[in-house]
Design a binder for this molecule. Structure first.
Ligand code: ZN
Length: 496
């Protein structure tokens, strides 16, 4: 049997195992009874072990290395696949197995330690674990023997081709051009008619509106579904089965509305990927940053626009006539785009959101360049909050302990959130040259936007890199200027 055929066979097996794990994971995160977790973990552990075996077996290594040696004889698609497979493989096999197991154990335990620390507002009880996680990551990076700075290796893991050079440029631009503007908005003294935001909106009624939104975004219900979870997320196995969740807070309806639109953005991306990638490793969205650009596009550019609420506010009024009785469309639109300095990233508004990411980026950068230690995190965190948002957390639970990421070893991930918003703005200005976005949203025809995104971005799945997509779709490399222009245009009108 030739190498390519063997590669396809092993890949299909890996995919079948992943499929089972993905579906079981969805179930764990949505409907599985709590009592089932111990047995489930045991069973899934066996399957994960099998998958790990398939991903690291001698046979698989021979196949990938063999194909990699014949790289020039491969067709373009297989070249991309093998390049990606080789990169993944090299990373997995370079870490000694016992250390890999020890690290995974540490990660599994640390999540609970972090949860408790956050609950008890006690950074000290989490510090030891975090220290070990950082040390493991530094050690693993050395094993990879990639000739680069440690933090660059982590950044590249979540966004192909991104390094401190690009991110420094991005965040420096934000610091120079956006931070002063954010301060101006925060100090504008504008008073909103916004008490309605925290009124009580019964969950069942919120569900009705979330359901309505699925059709507004023209999500294909035959190939996907929506459920409820504590933290909203999108989960997919392939383009014909894309699932997502939202959550319902009775005293904060916006949480459910914008989580639903955000996840619908992720989900639409996944649904519109050409099924021809299903049996390759180029299936799924191409990167965290591009994925986030799609969710932010729907959430912020479409979902927080005046035109969107011009069409859909009447429906919301119909569902909540009492709560929204004296709220005009204009009040509502301003409420949706309310800006305030706040402590919690996931609740931050569109304008101040990237400030939260900048803080995390700068901290991770210093941590992996050995400029600061885990011990210093709370202090550095609070100083930076003061510097960019003018507020200081009262305790670590609303400061350095708020996010789960570091407790599961995800360093280098945060910056992709801000990058996604900035990509979204760059795509927006490119789209605007070709179609009348405002009119399309106003006439409740989001299908036309979906179609554009499918043609230019979605259909390609992981077969194009973020850098290629940006260049092909917008005619230039990543340029943070669009993001700043978008925010300034929108929020000057609202606040200044
Ligand atoms: Zn997202």
């Amino acid at each position: 049997m030739d190498l390519s055929t063997r590669y396809r066979e092993i890949l299909m097996k890996q995919k079948a195992y992943s499929y089972v794990l993905t579906i079981a994971g969805w179930d764990s995160n949505t409907e599985a009874p709590r009592g089932a977790f111990a047995r489930r973990a045991e069973m899934l552990g066996v399957i994960s072990g099998e998958l790990f075996q398939l991903q690291t077996s001698n046979e698989y290594q021979e196949v990938i290395n063999g194909l990699f040696e014949r790289y020039n004889e491969l067709d373009d698609i297989t070249q991309r696949e093998i390049k990606k497979a080789k990169k993944n493989l090299d990373k997995i096999i370079k870490i000694p197995k016992d250390e890999f197991i020890e690290y995974n154990k540490l990660i599994n335990l640390s999540q609970k330690v972090w949860e408790d620390a956050k609950q008890n507002n006690d950074f000290g009880s989490f510090k030891g674990n975090l220290d070990k996680i950082v040390a493991f990551n530094k050690k693993f990076i050395k094993y990879y023997k990639i000739d680069d700075q440690p933090y660059n290796v982590l950044l590249d893991e979540y966004e192909d081709g991104m390094s401190m050079k690009e991110y420094d440029n991005f965040f420096d631009t934000l610091k120079r051009d956006l931070v002063p503007f954010v301060k101006e908005v925060l100090n504008s003294g504008k008073v909103l008619n916004d008490a309605f935001i925290t009124d009580i909106y019964p969950k069942e009624k919120q569900k009705e509106f979330a359901n309505y939104l699925i059709d507004v975004v023209a999500f294909n219900r035959d190939n996907g579904l929506m459920k409820e979870s504590v933290h909203p997320f999108t989960w997919n196995t392939h383009s014909s089965d894309v699932r997502f969740t939202t959550r319902y807070l009775e005293d904060f309806m916006f949480s459910s509305i914008f989580a639903a639109i955000h996840e619908l953005g992720h989900a639409t991306y996944e649904q519109q990927i050409d099924s021809k990638w299903d049996n390759t490793i180029l299936n799924g969205g191409t990167s965290m940053g591009i994925h986030e650009s799609q969710s932010r596009f729907y959430e912020n550019i479409v979902g927080r626009s005046f035109e969107f609420w011009e069409v859909h506010y009447p429906k919301l009024l119909e569902i909540f006539p009492k709560q929204l009785k004296n709220i005009s469309l204009d009040d509502f639109y301003r409420g949706v785009n309310k800006v305030e300095a706040s402590f919690i990233r996931v609740e931050a508004d569109e304008l101040t959101y990237s400030m939260h990411i900048m803080i995390r980026y700068e901290i991770e950068r210093m941590l992996f360049s050995d400029e600061i230690k885990v011990d210093d995190l709370p202090k550095v965190w609070n100083e930076k909050m003061m510097e960019y948002l003018g507020i200081e957390p009262k305790n670590d639970s609303e400061g350095v302990l708020q996010d789960v990421h570091w407790s599961v070893g995800m360093f280098g991930y945060f910056p992709t959130y801000a990058l996604g918003s900035a990509y979204a703005a760059q795509f927006y200005y490119a789209m605007k040259k070709e179609i009348d976005i405002e009119n399309i949203v106003k006439s409740n025809n989001i299908k036309t936007i979906n179609k554009w995104l499918k043609e230019k971005i979605h259909q390609f799945g992981g077969s194009k890199t973020p850098k290629e997509l940006l260049l092909e779709v917008t005619g230039e490399e990543f340029n943070p200027k669009y993001y700043i222009t978008f925010l300034k245009e929108k929020y000057s009108k609202l606040y200044l």
